[in-house]
Design a protein around this ligand. Structure first.
Ligand code: ADP
Ligand code: MG
Length: 347
């Protein structure tokens, strides 16, 4: 059964049907049987110092918006920055969670790619935990598509999707799973794509619980990015400590949804209730593309990302190649193709 709470941004699902708690399990950082554990901890502590920004060094400006794990502020720290202040609700005394947060940041600081937001540092002294990144100008794809209803022409959609695929391919090559790829986390500024919020899903553990009694809280617009195996684990999950099984392949599924939004200016399964979406996706039923007029190659990419069996989804290198094949085939040879998606005009 479903119930819509006062908070109109969330739908609550009876946990008797779908037991799930956000966020997932945090692995113990201090592994007992790892002989190098002590060294690793020490060197971690040393490198983290380099990235530790004293909170008072930051000039915190206006709040830009609130997400699942805290509030983002525009700030100044040697130029414009975005400061994500975590909403910890005083739960930071949990040493293991704090250690997991630091470990997650240690991974983020190693990312260098032009389509990924620049991680600049973090405030790691409880109760003030904050992540400092470069400030993204431009708009998110979400704002462009769903709020401003901007029609994105196929050539621009391909360029944007290729940049997302390249950023994602880089993350995956470094064994970083995004876990939260969606149009709200993708900025476009003068045609350049910047992906944000990768690998931060565990951070939710440090933040105020989103679980309300026996209900599963599903943030609006989150469900359609979840791969069948994740959806099915929402259902099977009995213990609140079990993590959701995010993988590179679940990132691919989420990319498929982003690709759909780019092409159709809409969500898959639009205006269908949560349980209906969960039921369909869990059984391998996809959003129908029968009303979408697009070249075969465009739809093939979509369907391959949404493949039910995770192992059968392509990787981002294959996506990049497939995207590159679209213009040469249909767009250039058939400029008179009647549908808007296949017009060979520039955005
Ligand atoms: P969500 O991703 O669900 O929108 P976030 O907490 O990530 O939630 O972001 C809150 C707000 O801050 C959003 O409006 C988002 O666009 C904005 N934001 C997040 N990161 C940045 C950034 N690096 N630069 C500029 N704006 C950002
Ligand atoms: Mg975000």
């Amino acid at each position: 059964s479903t119930n819509t709470s006062n908070d109109s941004d969330r739908t609550l699902i009876d946990s008797n049907t779908y037991e799930h708690t956000l966020p997932g399990r945090v692995d113990s950082v201090d592994s007992q049987d790892d002989p190098f554990s002590w060294n690793r901890q020490n060197s971690l502590a040393a490198t983290m110092k380099e990235w530790d920004i004293p909170f008072n060094d930051l000039h915190v400006g206006e709040a830009i918006g609130k997400g699942r794990i805290g509030t983002v502020y525009k700030g100044l720290w040697h130029g414009d920055v975005a400061i994500k202040l975590l909403d910890t609700g005083g739960s930071t005394d949990n040493e293991a969670q704090l250690a997991a947060f630091k470990l997650e940041l240690a991974i983020l600081r190693k990312t260098r790619h032009e389509n990924l937001v620049l991680f600049m540092g973090a405030c790691m002294t409880p109760p003030r935990l904050a992540i400092v990144t470069s400030f993204c100008k431009g708009q998110t794809l979400y704002t462009m598509i769903h709020l401003n209803k901007t029609t994105i022409k196929i050539n621009k959609a391909i360029t944007v999707a290729s940049q997302i695929a390249q950023g994602m391919s880089y993350l995956h090559a470094r064994s970083i799973i995004h876990k939260d790829l969606r149009t709200k986390n993708i900025f476009v500024d003068c045609g350049k794509v910047i992906i944000t919020d990768f690998g931060l899903f565990h951070v939710t553990k440090l933040c105020r619980g989103t679980k309300k009694d026996n209900w599963l809280s599903v943030p609006k617009g989150w469900l359609c990015y979840l791969a069948p195996e994740i959806i099915r684990s929402l259902k099977a999950m009995q213990q609140s400590q079990t993590d959701l099984p995010f993988t590179k392949m679940s990132d691919l599924y989420a990319f498929g949804t982003v690709w759909y939004e780019l092409l159709c200016n809409d969500w898959p399964f639009r205006s269908q209730p949560c349980e209906t979406v969960i039921w369909q996706v869990g059984r391998g039923i996809k959003q129908s593309l029968s009303t979408v007029t697009a070249p075969r190659e465009v739809k093939e990419i979509l369907m391959s990302c949404w493949t039910f069996r995770a192992a059968d989804r392509p990787d981002f290198a294959q996506i990049t190649k497939a995207l590159g094949r679209i213009p040469q085939t249909r767009l250039i040879r058939s400029p008179s193709h009647p549908c808007q998606l296949s017009r060979a005009t520039d955005a």
